[in-house]
Write a protein that binds this ligand. Structure first.
Ligand code: SF4
Length: 249
């Protein structure tokens, strides 16, 4: 990029209060990790993390500080239609983080992620699968957030520039929590964290990584609510079983 243009971009973001920038790695398509069941699962990992820090995150970074930095954000056009910023919810020391796409109507109204029908299904998936697998896990034990923090109009998919503008906050959330694994719910989360543009059908069921954290991609619960997607439900349950056993066994 032209240095003068870069300088102006940086000045623009500094004026908006952005103190940390992240950039995509030059290897945006990490291959899947064959299995995390091996004795040292990280040894089998693809070499390049999907995203790299452009600057070190502050040593004392915290979820509260990230929320403070977001403020009453107007950094992208999504702020125009929102009622509430939906930052994230759950255990701040969670071993498992679920990342969705963006808030829907109910989430926007309440300021909490995954509280509508898709959220109820996600709760059932987490708690029901854990129970069947003999694990004691409540939704409140995990952390749940989205790629974009404001509701896109008509629940449309967030646009690439909206994802790029908002995802640094997600990266900081993940860097602070440092879970044992991340579960991407849907293609937008996979794109933001892994730089992958394929659909979930292609990506699901395999391990990838963000930084050094294993990442599983599966279907977004709202996709599973559609009556013609019932076969995907079984696959989503299989994906979730893998994640839960990896994290909590
Ligand atoms: S979606 Fe993110 S970047 Fe855009 S206005 Fe909301 S908080 Fe700011």
């Amino acid at each position: 990029m032209n240095p003068e243009l870069l300088r102006r971009y940086l000045a623009f973001y500094r004026d908006l209060g952005v103190r940390f920038l992240w950039r995509r790695a030059l290897t945006p398509h990490p291959a899947p990790v064959a299995s995390l069941a091996a004795a040292d699962p990280l040894a089998a990992a693809p070499p390049a993390p999907a995203l790299l820090f452009a600057e070190e995150a502050p040593a004392d970074d915290s979820l509260a500080r990230i929320r403070e930095d977001i403020g009453e954000c107007t950094r992208c056009r999504l702020h125009k239609g929102r009622t509430n910023i939906v930052f994230g919810d759950g255990n701040e020391q969670a071993k498992l983080v679920f990342v969705g796409e963006g808030p829907g109507a109910e989430e926007d109204a309440q300021g909490l992620p995954f509280v509508g029908r898709a959220g109820q299904l996600l709760t059932q998936m987490i708690e029901g699968t854990a129970r069947k697998e003999g694990l004691h896990l409540r939704r409140s034990d995990v952390y749940i957030c989205n790629v974009v923090k404001c509701r896109p109009p008509e629940n449309r998919t967030p646009l690439p520039d909206e994802i790029d503008t908002c995802s640094p906050f997600l990266f900081r959330q993940l860097a602070v929590i440092r879970p044992k694994a991340i579960c991407c719910l849907g293609a937008t989360a996979a794109r933001a964290l892994l730089g992958r543009k394929e659909g979930v059908t292609r990506l699901r069921g395999q391990w990838y990584r963000w930084q050094d954290i294993p990442v599983m991609v599966t279907y977004h619960p709202s996709y599973l609510l559609r009556p013609y997607n019932q076969s995907a439900k079984r696959e989503a349950w299989e994906d979730l079983k893998k994640v839960l056993h990896y994290v909590y066994d």
